[in-house]
Design a protein around this ligand. Structure first.
Ligand SMILES: Cc1cc2nc3c(=O)[nH]c(=O)nc-3n(C[C@H](O)[C@H](O)[C@H](O)COP(=O)(O)OP(=O)(O)OC[C@H]3O[C@@H](n4cnc5c(N)ncnc54)[C@H](O)[C@@H]3O)c2cc1C
Length: 305
């Protein structure tokens, strides 16, 4: 199947790119392996999307974005793309169902996913106190105790952010020194509301309907402790969904796609938007803005500007 523009991934970045491209009457196909919405579909309440003044379920916002894009004629095909490659006239996407889609321009919007530790209670209490995003969920824990798991830049930065909101922030780190850069570490050490539990690992997140506590274990003497927290934020890594185009786009050391300010990748006609990009803030609002810009840049490219 041939079209002008293919959008790979139907999260907020891809759906917004699809809305803009279809509204500009560019023949566009969006390929999404699952139901559209991306990480929003796994999110309970969202309260930081501008204009939505009351908390909205992630699934509902996803559905609204899909409807909005379809209203302007966006074609969405449920396909798991197995490989993306360059052709003489643009790009092609081969799906695991054996179909081939060809286009002149492509927007990569495949997102990323937080690494899960897989400890008891983590999956069961996701969205009920277990979170992977302090900017998203931190304000739900105002004046409560929370834990942050991890010792890298993101974990420590988010612990400092949470200390402005929560009553106490417990940082659970398996080593006896942090991996975060010195400047961030100093901020954490200077924050009286942060307690660092050195050389400990989380064992289980406990609670029936919501998080009541986190059990941690010392890696030195195996002693255990129950921390009375209402929230547990895991920051043990973020995996970019780049496997199907890893040899095509230019990426940073962690596998996120490098673009310029117009969302253009290193190859002509290839663009990227959303969490797959190399950047610092991964949110719905940033994904949406980048999706709009990527569609506009693709339009300019297709029109030969
Ligand atoms: C638990 C949780 C809560 C969050 N809460 C908030 C919040 O409250 N507020 C906020 O602003 N942000 C929140 N975020 C972050 C926000 O959801 C992301 O920043 C945003 O969804 C990124 O959008 P995206 O379109 O770039 O990628 P994604 O949402 O990751 O979408 C990518 C899509 O691409 C598809 N895809 C990937 N590879 C392929 C392939 N090979 N073939 C076909 N399809 C493919 C995936 O199935 C997915 O649907 C939260 C994230 C999580 C995990």
């Amino acid at each position: 199947m041939k079209t002008d523009l293919i959008i790979l991934g139907g999260g907020p970045a891809g759906l917004t790119a699809g809305l803009y491209a279809s509204r500009a009457r560019i023949p566009t196909i969006l390929l999404e392996r699952s139901i559209p919405g991306g990480q929003m579909t796994a999110t309970e309440w969202i309260e930081n999307y501008p204009g939505i003044t009351e908390p909205i379920l992630g699934a509902e916002l996803a559905q609204r974005m899909e409807e909005h894009a379809r209203k302007f004629g966006l074609e969405i095909h449920q396909e798991d793309v197995a490989r993306v490659s360059a052709t003489d006239s643009g790009y092609r996407a081969d799906t695991d169902s054996g179909k081939t889609y060809e286009c002149r321009a492509m927007i990569l919007a495949t997102g990323a996913s937080p690494v899960k530790l897989g400890i008891p209670g983590e999956r069961e209490l996701a969205g009920k106190g277990v979170s992977y995003c302090a900017v998203c969920d931190g304000p739900f824990f105002r004046d409560l105790e929370v834990a942050v798991v991890g010792g890298g830049d993101s974990a420590v930065e988010e612990a400092v952010y949470l200390a402005r909101i929560a009553a106490r922030v417990h940082v659970i780190h398996r080593r006896d020194e942090l991996r975060a850069v010195k400047e961030i570490q100093e901020k954490a050490f200077a924050e009286p509301k942060i307690t660092i539990h050195w050389s400990t690992v989380p064992i289980s997140v406990n609670g029936e309907r919501d998080v009541q506590s986190l059990t941690i274990r010392s890696v030195k003497d195996s002693s255990r402790q129950d921390l009375p927290v209402a929230g547990v934020f895991f920051y043990v890594g973020l995996t970019p969904s780049n496997q199907v185009f890893s040899d095509l786009a230019h990426m940073d050391g962690k596998g996120f796609v490098i673009t310029d300010g117009q969302m253009a990748c290193s190859r002509p006609g290839l663009f990227a938007a959303g969490d797959i990009r190399s950047k610092t803030l991964r949110q719905i609002s940033t994904a949406v803005g980048e999706g709009a810009q990527a569609a506009y840049s693709a339009q300019q490219f297709l029109q030969g500007f």
